[in-house]
Design a binder for this molecule. Sequence first.
Ligand code: NDP
Length: 454
Amino acid sequence: MTKHYDYDLFVIGAGSGGVRAARMAAATGVRVAIAEEKYLGGTCVNVGCVPKKLLVYASHFAEDFEDAAGYGWQLAVNSFNWQTLISNKNKEIERLNGIYKTMLENAGVNIIYGRARIDSEHSVIVNGETITAEKILITVGATPSVPEFDGADHVISSDQVFFLPELPKRIVIVGGGYIAVEFASIMNGLGVDTHLIYRGDNLLRNFDQPTAKFVANEMQKKGVNIHYSSNISSIEKLDTGELKCNLDNNDILFADQVMYGTGRKSLTNDLGLDKVAVKTHKNATIVTNDRFQTSVPSIFALGDVIGTPELTPVATAQGMVFVNQQYGDDTKTISYDNIPTAIFCQPNIGTVGLSEEAAKHKDLSVDVYQSEFKHLKHTLSGNEERLLMRLLVNKANQKVIGMHMAGPDAGEIIQGFAIAVKAGLTKAQFDVTIGIHPTAAEEFVTLREIEYSF
Ligand code: NDP
């Protein structure tokens, strides 16, 4: 360890990747500091995965109450209190902030509250003080990106939706990716008149399209109004407080809130990158090699800020690999193949491996096995929701190269199966696995008929 620096490692940003890297590095005995200007835990804990999932649970109760009637329960549910939900959610997030603080402190990491800017290859300035470090790790993440248009100042993003003082009666949500689709389901479930506006023909463009289309249809059945091939051209705030959304297809929608889920941009501005010539891509993400090293050898970066899949488990995995490479036995690498992921819309999507479109793009010959059915639970509930389970098998070697599911707990189910896909197991190995009955997941080991091939 180099003694003439204040620290061996200075981490900028205490989100998922930064906290994991700082803790793990400190555990190896190196001297670590982490700077954070906002909140410990970053997007995931404060305005992302965790509070989003709590809102998903809240929104699903409406359906659960209705489903209960077919099972003999007579419930008189007639009110929902948004303020209670947000206040309880805030308490839980504060608890998690505290846990992050304790974890960092127990690991021996020095937490510095304030904005850090890089000043040289081995120094940062925080709160007016210059701090030196042998290595600097940038883990500042990303922030919602809203396009510019007339009236854009009237809209909210996922940063604000978690703190709205009131639940809107009508909401317009723009985008067709993770955030827009998840929040359309949340708001619809909470009883909000929900309109989802997407500029393309099918939601979730980068996902398996048969699964995405199936879910879009299910969402519409549940009451989400989806407007395809349209976008907002301007928004006017009326004297009544309502927002008048003028669409590019001449439609007009009135709403109490308009939320944009149109992607995120990395937080690389005003970080001092220009001082040391850290190279960035055109979209402002930081250029790194496979050791997370930037164009400046002593400065590293990982997480959303480098443009790899913007997912907490990816950032934490990168943090672990970075620490192993710098302070461990340097045996670890990271693979971005077969990253399982879930979209917590209703019904949930769980997915791992190649989509049908990606397999076609790779010119693979594929057998598709699939099953669409009603969940056992809904035989009595009367709920019209259906499930879809799809298995893509490479004809050449019979390996399962893609699994896609739309239905309850799809994320939980696909997380387990992802190990099989990652391990390169074949359809025959799925077939000899005995199912758990009665579950939805057993379909994945009992699919025998090829639905179609390409
Ligand atoms: P995504 O990249 O997933 O989706 C952005 C959407 O906005 C796309 O449908 C895109 O359309 C549309 N869009 C982009 N620019 C415009 C524009 N100018 N006007 C209209 N529409 C536009 O971003 P999100 O914001 O949904 O999420 C950001 C990231 O956060 C995700 O990529 C994901 O990695 C992560 N995340 C993960 C979650 C999870 O794991 N469950 C949950 C939430 C977020 P088009 O398709 O045409 O490009």
